[in-house]
Design a protein around this ligand. Structure first.
Ligand SMILES: Cc1cc2nc3c(=O)[nH]c(=O)nc-3n(C[C@H](O)[C@H](O)[C@H](O)COP(=O)(O)OP(=O)(O)OC[C@H]3O[C@@H](n4cnc5c(N)ncnc54)[C@H](O)[C@@H]3O)c2cc1C
Length: 427
């Protein structure tokens, strides 16, 4: 196969990163097929849903999708009726309800995890029900083969693992032990529920799309609109509520669902409005999962060409390449940046400007440095926003939603001196 001019790409995982890579390759005349483990039905009906702040990633998005899809971006919005252009998100003292900061960002919007996938899936060749279980190299060494749980195989010059935080392609690149995520002692409840009309309207007063309430007791409560069926009927509004805390209680400390709902109500009682009424009105049958935050940082000192015999025929993007805490709203934005970067490198391969190895190396070098830094700074952010004494010094106060350009070491030194190793640090 002539890798310079005629090659195909397999993308594993139909999340935002995988779909944008497929869109970008298609736009540039490179054949890409996406293999997704979920069935065509469960892919669209999966129960867990959340909103994501999309800001600098919009730039990458616009470079990889055709103008007709870009003009339909409002379909991916949590509230498709909200047309206001913003320059920041409001941050509040959750105990008093006072706003203390407008966190700047590049036209931040809230997109739905589910709706964004639906939009980016359009026109893409997706094979559902294909769970990647194994990768191997072909005899000729000019391609790699993916094996799926149902026994099917697929071969291509490049397989890009976009299968999220538990990535088999990541494992192939760095080895099983090094691919493991590291837990952080921060717990999250992330769920969506509807509210009575008056409470729903209160949630949207002053900050109709998104707000974060930091509580002096060391908790954060992100709340935002998740879906609007009828803008004239507040009972159709769905809200995302993300409550996080360091240390205990851990998942095993909750005996049942009821105790989790009670926990939300107990915290709501010490929060100001609108979190108070959002929490007190949580439906009793809300299914709550305790998610423990975990991270994975690409090691910039490890050359994947040496650690993986399949290189350069395998690569990773998105959460598979860097898993970060959500408290700076960076995972999606970096996933989309990865997609745009890898597409632009592969276009150079198509035009014979670079070999596949040169392109993959160039992609990895930029992605690893950017991803590693963001994992570090998002981890620092995670520790600092769950501690009232350090909140006001946290990275978001300096960098807003933008990529952090400074020295992360300064923050870790400050934290270690000020609070030492505490709940919320890497365990
Ligand atoms: C609560 C929460 C809030 C967040 N808020 C923000 C935010 O505000 N801003 C932001 O930028 N980011 C945010 N993020 C992060 C963001 O959601 C992720 O970084 C982003 O969705 C990652 O996309 P991805 O394509 O890399 O992976 P995923 O979206 O995880 O997609 C991976 C896909 O691969 C499939 N898959 C998995 N294993 C296999 C396999 N073996 N074979 C085939 N397919 C497989 C999965 O089914 C899935 O469809 C948030 C995350 C969470 C959990």
């Amino acid at each position: 196969m002539d890798v310079k001019t005629n090659f195909e790409v397999i993308v594993v995982g139909a999340g935002a990163s995988g779909l944008l890579i497929a869109q970008g390759l298609k736009l540039n005349g490179i054949k890409a097929t996406v293999y997704e483990r979920e069935s065509a039905t469960t892919y669209l009906t999966r129960p867990r849903e959340w909103g994501m702040s999309l800001h600098f990633g919009q730039n990458s998005l616009s470079k990889c999708i055709p103008p007709n899809l870009m003009s339909r971006m409002n379909e991916a919005l949590c509230d498709p009726y909200d047309t206001e252009r913003r320059t920041s998100w409001p941050l509040y003292n959750g105990q008093t309800g006072e706003k203390f900061f407008d966190m700047p960002g590049h036209n931040p919007i809230r997109v739905s995890h589910r709706k964004l996938r639906a939009l980016l899936s359009e026109g893409i060749d997706i094979r559902y029900g294909k769970r990647l279980v194994k990768l191997s190299r072909t005899e000729a060494s000019s391609s790699a083969t993916a094996k799926f749980a149902d026994g099917d195989t697929a071969t291509a010059a490049l397989i890009v693992g976009c299968e999220g935080a538990h990535s088999a392609v990541r494992e192939a690149l760095v080895g099983r032990e090094r691919a493991v995520n590291t837990p952080i002692d921060v717990q999250v409840f992330n769920a969506c529920w509807r509210l009575p009309a008056d409470v729903a309207l209160l949630q949207r007063k002053d900050s109709p799309v998104f707000r974060v309430g930091y509580h002096p007791a060391g908790m954060t409560w992100v709340s935002g609109i998740q879906d609007v069926k009828d803008p004239g009927d507040p009972t159709t509004f769905l809200f995302q509520q993300l409550l996080s805390w360091p240390g205990r209680p851990h998942a095993e400390d909750f005996p049942d669902q009821r105790s989790k709902v009670e926990f939300v109500k107990e915290k709501a009682r010490i929060y100001a409005e609108p979190w108070k009424s959002a929490g007190l009105n949580i439906p009793e049958d809300t299914e709550l999962h305790v998610d423990r935050i975990a991270i994975w940082k690409p090691d910039v000192t490890v050359d994947w060409a040496s650690s993986c015999p399949l290189w350069p025929h395998v690569a990773v993007a998105g959460d598979a390449a860097h898993s970060m805490p959500p408290f700076r709203g960076q995972g999606l934005n970096n996933a989309l940046t990865d997609a745009e970067r890898i597409v632009s490198e592969l276009v150079e391969v198509k035009h014979g400007i670079k070999s596949l190895g040169e392109a993959v190396r160039s992609y990895e070098s930029e992605m690893k440095a950017r991803g590693a830094k963001e994992v570090e700074i998002s981890t620092v952010q995670s520790r600092m926003v769950h501690n009232w004494d350090t909140l006001m010094e946290s990275p978001m106060m300096k960098a807003g939603m933008d990529a952090y350009k400074g020295d992360v070491g300064e923050y870790t030194k400050y934290l270690d001196q000020k609070v030492g190793k505490q709940a919320g640090s890497v365990s």
